[in-house]
Every structure is written in C-alpha cells, then in structure tokens.
Design a protein around this ligand. Sequence first.
Ligand code: AMP
Ligand code: ZN
Length: 464
Amino acid sequence: MKLYNSATRRIEDFVPLVAGKVSMYCCGPTVYNYAHIGNFRAYLFEDVLRRTLAQIGFAVTHVMNVTDVGHLSGDGDDGEDKMEKGAREQGKTVWDIARFFTEAFFSDSKRLNILRPGTVAHATEHIPQMIRLIERLQDRGMTYQAGGNVYFDTSRFPAYGKMALLDRQEAPAVSRVDLDAGKKNPRDFVLWFTSSKFGGQTMVWDSPWGRGYPGWHIECSAMSIHHLGERFDIHCGGIDHIPVHHTNEIAQSEGALGHSWVNYWLHNEFLLTGKDKMSKSSGDFLTIQLLSDKGYDPLDYRYFCFGAHYRSALSFSWEALDGARNARRNLTDKVAEWKAMGSLSAVSAASQHHIDNWLAALANDLASPSALASLWALVKDPKVSPGEKLSCLYRMDEVLGLGLADFEAPSSPVVPDEVLRLATERTEVRRAKNFARSDEIRDELKAKGWTVVDTPSGPRLNKL
Ligand code: AMP
Ligand code: ZN
C-alpha cells in the first residue's frame, strides 16, 4: 500500500506500527448543522481508505470524533461558538442541537454506504481525558494562563507548524476584532476556556483552571490518544485542517508526550462550488437530503466522488452528477441483467487480472478513477462470463460500496423530463404542505403512466 503523507509531502510505502493492524483516526463532524456534500467527500475518502486497508488484509481500528461541544466558527479561537449560535437560531438547547445533527449525520452516512467507525468518540464524554492532557502540557511548561484561559505556548514547541510549513511568528489570518489580547504569540491557541467574549455558555465543566470548556484542538488529541494509544498509524481530514487544527493537534500531542505521535497524515482536497470550497459557514451548501429530493440516489454522489482522486479538487455541477448517475445506472442495469441470468461463477484467470488491476489502483494511494476504469474493463470484457463478472463486481463492491450484491430490481427506466419536473414540483409543494396540489400532481403523473412512491431515500418514480 502506498499513501501520500502530508507530513513528508511524499508518497510512501505504508508500514503499520503493528504488523497486520492499522490504527486510524478521522476528524469528525461539528454537529451544529447538517454535514454538506463537501464534508461527505472527506468521509467517503476515509471510508474507501478503511475498506481498501481491510481488503488488503489489515485489521483496521477506525476512530472518529463527534464535536458536540461548541467550537468557534473560526479555526483559530476566533468567531462565535457554533453550537450556541445554532441553538439560539433554532430556539433549542445545545444538547438538543447536538443530538439532532449527530443522528442526521449518521443517517446520511448510512445512505452513502459509509461504514460506521468502530469507535465514535463524543467530545462531551471525554472531558477528563482533555483535562489530563492539558495538565501534562502544563507539567512540561508548555502552557500559560491569561484572562482566565489556558493557552498552548507555541514558543515551547520548536517544530510548530512543520507539516504546514508555517512561520511561527507570522500572524494567522484573523480579523483585527477577533485578535485575542491574551496570546503571547499570534499562533498560540486556547486549550481551556473559562472566559469567552461570547458569554452564557451552557456546556461547561469543572477543571483545575475553573469552570469552562475545552478548546477544539485538544479534543482530537485527547480522544485519539485515549482510543488508539500514544503512537498510531493514520490521521485523516480535509486539507483545510493542515494549517491550524492538525498543526495544533501535533503541537499539543507531541508536546505532552515528548515523542512523535502519528506516522501518516492523509488529507483530501475540497469539493468546490464554482471556484470556492463548499462550506457550512457560507450557507451555500448542498445536503444529501437535497440531492435525494431532486431525485438522485445518495449512491450517485458516492460514485461521483470516486471519479476524481481524493487529492484533486473536485468541482460540483448537476451535469457532472447526472453523468455519475448514468454511469451507476448502466452498471446496476448490467448487474440486474446478469443476476436474472442465474448463478455466480468462480473467478478464473480470465477475470483475475481485472481484480488485480483494481486492487493495485487502490493500493496506489487510492487511485479511485483507475480502480473504476478496471471495473469497466471487466464489465466490457467479452472473454468473461456474466456469472464470473458478477463474482468480480461483488468483490470490487466491498470497497466501492454501491450495494451491488443487495441490489434487486433493475434500475428505474429513463424518466421523461416533464415527469421529472412534476415529481420535483410535488416534493416542493409537499414541503409547503400544499397537499391539494400534491394530489393533483399525483393524478397528472398517473395520466402520463407513472406512480410516485415516497421511500426513506426520497420519492421514487415507477412506470405503471
Ligand atoms: P467540519 O465539520 O467543518 O470540521 O468538516 C468535516 C470534514 O469535512 C473535515 O475533514 C473537513 O476538512 C472536510 N471538509 C470541509 N469542507 C470540505 C469541502 N468543501 N470539500 C471536502 N472536504 C471538506
Ligand atoms: Zn480533529
């Protein structure tokens, strides 16, 4: 297995700390809003990584955190508490907000066939571990207190910012109003807050420094060390985490432990809308439910993401998603046709090379576009029998996760534009609770020879 390591900026052979085992930590969602499809690009990449490692034969321990304690809207201690803001806007408690969006996150993940991490670590359940880690840093003289908060002193960690090639003295991009007067160095960051300029925090805990709440970065250090140990193999996240979050995680963890911590840092590139990364704070983002409301299967998006390498930026467009939907339907149509023809056949030399190419592509830093090319080479190979193709596809689907083995019915027939338009209108009027119009549309659809059924993954059109 070869992986690109952000820490060394090279593709490296993957050598785990313990033969045959992989320990992997992924930064999870902050549950104050729905995760958008850009976030899910990160979780899909991590899912393929985990499934590929398992396919190669490693036993994978996969840990992901859920940030259910408020973290500030800027990565560098600036901005407002995201959870408190969400709660205020929606007239709920922060605990309600966290519970609701955690459930929404796992329900969307399931629709995308993302395997649930073996351990899901909630920040609110690991406050003692965070406090202990801050105490370790304090014992090593790497913290200071100012204005009621505890800060990490970056001047005490000479390797600060090595992965991101940062200059410790250079000020991070924080607006003047957000500058924190307590910091000795602009890159120092808060480990424990007892005072915030946004008062009235409801999620607070007792600590040796007073009642308060942890900084965001300390969460991931404390929880990953708690669940995976003081050294582990892989840490993942999106590239936006390199300059602040992961840089600070490394400083705190290595600062407290006194030795190196994570061997491989893997980062996915962004999903873009236009020229910019899709982001929650901009408000301009798409959710899995929205794709489903527009008649897409969440797995169309899964397929769409595999069409680009995880380290390349990927531009979202409806046309490109249509392309992925068509490709996935072509595949599921073939699978349906071959399933109808009868039994599976054993993999022979005629098809083994397709499997080998597919796995070699994935083992080469998760080259998913090449892996898909191997899949289509198999599908189109006239020398391989349908039964054998199915056996190979099921194997490939252990990583691809398109549910091919469970897939029963032939995929839906081509839906005329007018029918699609009516179905979309029906979804919209139902949301506006205009059931009279919704019933009218149902009749119009019937007259055109279509029925619409509401399923957990959205409305489904069937030919009468
Ligand atoms: P957040 O909830 O903002 O911490 O983001 C969750 C995960 O999604 C992190 O690994 C981010 O780096 C990643 N992420 C955020 N925005 C995007 C995007 N537009 N494209 C791909 N990954 C993203
Ligand atoms: Zn993290």
